[in-house]
Design a protein around this ligand. Structure first.
Ligand SMILES: [Zn+2]
Length: 423
């Protein structure tokens, strides 16, 4: 990774190529000092040059925050590039002096590169896993009076949203520091001819097998078989776009599942599960929506177990509590929650007569996989693998067909209620 940053040659340099190369050599030298001597600050930069002292990023596959610290006020300009989806930050008259190890990609960010650009300037190129929104780029004075910091927030978004931002960029030539249009997160205004999009998420996969039935049925297989059945049911009518988060036996992080929903501009996200419970007599389906406070102890226990999925697969989730606290996001979240609840009710009424449900079949808890702020999301427990009868049903193609039909009906009712397929 360190070497990749040093040897990067893909930068279009603004000024003369020779000067660019010479400057890059300085950057490399400084970075090398930072890496090998363990110090982040050099003194070789000329007097007029702003120093970018460090680079930090944190977040997950849906949101990332990048923070750059400067000794003086920087004047960054940023713009977007596609194929792959990138955020380019130009820093005129700035020397990059940060530790290359901090550029290690994570979450939504697939790659970070940097190099010289123009007369004494530098360029950072941040490549995302798929389309994203720039939620904000702020330059703030540090409260201790020592220098400034640039705070950049990006979040996974649909191709359509990325295109809209590119078009806006083309119209205004170059962006400087700015807060993007407030309706960027709320995509309702931009739907147009967008087909009603359903993302179906077969729970677990790969090293994370999920629950195991009395007769050896593995949850990850049941959820995938069911998701495929549901997709084919929904594809039949031709009214929807249907996307599966996984098509094979693959491990997928919880936040990657949410990212797929957001990048497809999903109108509905349905996570499919079939877990176990202590009491073997309990059977039937349950529909969950997200809530801060669990509806009951069993729902809490289930959410805790589901949320462990990433740790089971050895994914480091230590720094991934990046909650977006923005009034707009809060409003959208509330509206989304209303839609999720409405869809959950519709599911309960369609599933009750056909597949049978547990008592109080609509429950809630803090499921991480249901946390896209702008996508109505539910988690369906099809039944309990701890119950012999449920396990037998879950293995039956006929039963799957019947249950999938009921869910498709519930989706139809939800779409009709929302007023057509345009969302
Ligand atoms: Zn599960």
């Amino acid at each position: 990774m360190v070497l990749a940053a040093f040897t990067d040659k893909c930068f279009p340099t603004g000024g003369s190529q020779r000067k660019g190369l010479a400057f890059r050599a300085v950057v490399v030298l400084l970075a090398a000092i930072a890496v090998f001597a363990g110090i982040g600050r050099g003194s070789a930069a000329t007097a007029g040059t702003v120093k970018a002292l460090d680079y930090k990023m944190a977040g997950d596959a849906t949101h990332m925050r990048i923070v750059l610290n400067f000794d003086r006020e920087p004047e960054p300009k940023w713009f977007l590039l596609r194929a792959p989806h990138r955020l380019v930050i130009d820093l005129p008259d700035t020397a990059l002096m940060f530790d290359a190890r901090d550029l290690k990609p994570r979450g939504l960010i697939a790659n970070v590169r940097y190099g010289a650009s123009g007369e004494g300037g530098s360029r950072l190129m941040v490549t995302s896993k798929g389309p994203f929104n720039v939620d904000k780029v702020d330059i703030l004075e540090n409260s201790d009076g020592k220098g400034y910091r640039a705070v950049v927030d990006i979040s996974a978004a649909s191709e359509r949203e990325f295109d809209a931002a590119l078009a806006e960029q083309a119209a205004t030539t170059a962006s400087t520091v700015s807060t993007p249009k407030s309706d960027r997160i709320g995509k309702t205004a931009q739907r147009g001819d967008h087909p009603f999009t359903i993302v179906i998420d077969p729970g677990h996969g790969g090293v994370d097998g999920g629950a195991e039935g009395l007769n050896g049925t593995v949850e990850k297989s049941v959820t995938l078989a069911f998701a495929k059945e549901l997709k084919s049911k929904l594809d039949d009518g031709g009214a929807y776009k249907v996307v599966l988060t996984r098509e094979g036996d693959d491990f997928l992080r919880l936040d990657d599942r949410v990212r797929i929903a957001r990048q497809n501009a999903a109108d509905l996200f349905i996570s499919i599960h079939a877990d176990t419970i202590r009491l073997k007599g309990i059977r039937g389906a349950t529909v969950y929506t997200v809530s801060d406070k669990a509806s009951d102890a069993d729902a809490q226990a289930l959410a805790d177990r589901e949320n462990l999925s990433d740790q089971l697969a050895g994914v480091d989730v230590a720094e991934e509590n990046h909650e977006v606290s923005d009034i707009l996001v809060d409003l959208i979240r509330r509206e989304t929650h209303g839609f999720s609840t409405r869809f959950a009710r519709s599911l309960v009424s369609e599933l009750s007569p056909t597949v049978g449900m547990i008592n109080n079949p609509h429950r809630s808890a803090g499921f991480r996989v249901l946390k896209a702020p702008d996508v109505p999301s539910v988690l369906v427990e099809l039944g309990y693998l701890s119950n012999a009868k449920d396990e037998e049903q879950l293995r039956s193609a006929e039963w799957r067909e019947k249950a999938a039909s009921s869910i498709a009906k519930a989706i139809g009712a939800f779409v009709a209620q929302r007023g057509g397929t345009g969302g």
